[in-house]
Design a protein around this ligand. Structure first.
Ligand SMILES: *Cc1c(COP(=O)(O)O)cnc(C)c1O
Length: 357
């Protein structure tokens, strides 16, 4: 065989994003919704599939979906960009505003896809640090931004995998700093519905703030791959230049609009999950683990007296899968459990009690 071509250096050193998909009874590792979509939704999707012009390319401007989202956030359709999951939104942002000779700042420990997408898009990564309790102090975040002047700053709020919401005033201070030199502030609100605050209302034409959201977590639609960005028109116009033509398939365009007809069901699920989160937090307080306050649909925990990896393995043996962060810098020995249904959470808690004994 001829000599094998090698991939670009930035990506060849990287193993990619991995969350093992194991065959277990209780899957609490990827922050999915434990509930299927509301009754009637899948039937409506099936009906929509019958009306799609499958031999034609879909509406490239995603007009209908963007209008529906615009209405929900009280912005114009030109202030909405949609993509195949919010990961693709983030990738589009770095394709447009990052790349060679440019930089992106993140605050570790945070969502691992930021550094991965920085690498694949050739964007230099600037890593700020959160405090040991994972809070992010406004003045140190601001200082990092003013020193480095990154083209893009990504703040995950609530932060994955720690659950930490942005402190009061942090977004305003970051916006001021980033806006002072012409940078872009990206707020990743993948878990925004579970938190009490959102920055979606800040988006306007003369501000540098954009807000990313997804149907994957709250909307029980991880399988549909749909995310979106609320952003000024000028930003959306740039993202459209880097998106592939017809990147959203015809059925997905319908699926997103249909989902927005179930806002009440979505809210009701969020309330149930938030109540379960508080119940789980209380139960975990009584066990030999350290936890941190979460504003999302998961809780980060660190076993006090056993190595995290052993606890993870013992849970898998009891058919419970949580996320292993034990080797991630800043998260040593930590595991993250997604809030599931009441039954799943009880099974997790029972298994954890046994494992910690
Ligand atoms: C899950 C997640 C996403 C991406 O989800 P998609 O399924 O691609 O929409 C983005 N950001 C954070 C912080 C997440 O946890």
């Amino acid at each position: 065989m001829a000599e094998r071509p090698t991939a670009r250096i930035q990506i060849s050193s990287e193993s990619g994003y991995h969350s093992p998909q194991l065959d277990v009874d209780i899957r609490l590792n990827t922050n999915e919704s434990p509930f299927p979509p509301p009754p009637g939704f899948v039937e409506a999707v099936a009906r929509a599939a019958l009306t799609v012009d499958w031999n034609r390319y879909p509406d490239r401007s995603a007009r209908h979906l963007r209008s529906a989202l615009a209405q929900r956030y009280d912005v114009t359709p030109e202030q909405v960009f949609a993509a195949n999951g919010s990961n693709e939104v983030l990738q589009s942002l770095l394709l447009a505003y990052g790349g060679a000779g440019r930089s992106v700042a993140v605050f570790e420990p945070t969502y691992a896809m930021y550094s991965q997408i920085a690498r694949t898009t050739g964007t230099r990564l600037v890593q700020g640090r959160r405090a040991t309790d994972f809070s992010l102090d406004s003045s140190s975040a601001r200082q990092l931004v003013l020193d480095e002047r990154p083209d893009v700053v990504i703040l995950c709020s609530p932060n994955n995998p720690t659950g930490t919401p942005a402190a009061n005033g942090l977004v305003a201070d970051l916006e001021k700093a980033v806006g002072s030199y012409g940078g872009l502030l990206v707020l990743d609100e993948a878990y925004g519905e579970f938190a009490s605050e959102s920055a979606a209302g800040l988006v306007s034409e003369d501000r540098c703030v954009v807000v990313s959201r997804t149907f994957s977590k709250t909307w029980a639609m991880a399988g549909a791959r749909l995310g979106y960005l609320i952003a000024p028109t000028w930003c959306v116009a740039e993202l459209e230049k880097v998106a592939l033509p017809y990147h959203l398939d015809a059925l997905k365009l319908e699926v997103g609009v249909l989902a927005l007809g179930y806002v009440d069901a979505m809210r009701e699920r969020v309330e149930r999950l938030v109540a379960e989160r508080e119940r789980m937090a209380t139960a975990l307080d009584g066990l030999a683990v350290t936890t941190w306050p979460s504003a999302a649909n998961f809780i980060l925990l660190r076993p006090d007296s056993r190595p995290g990896r052993e606890v993870w393995q013992d849970l898998v043996e009891r058919s419970v899968l949580v996320r292993d962060f034990t080797t991630m810098p800043g998260l040593e020995e930590c595991l993250r459990v997604t809030i599931g249904s009441r039954v799943e959470n009880d099974m997790f808690l029972d298994a954890l009690r046994e494992v910690l004994r």
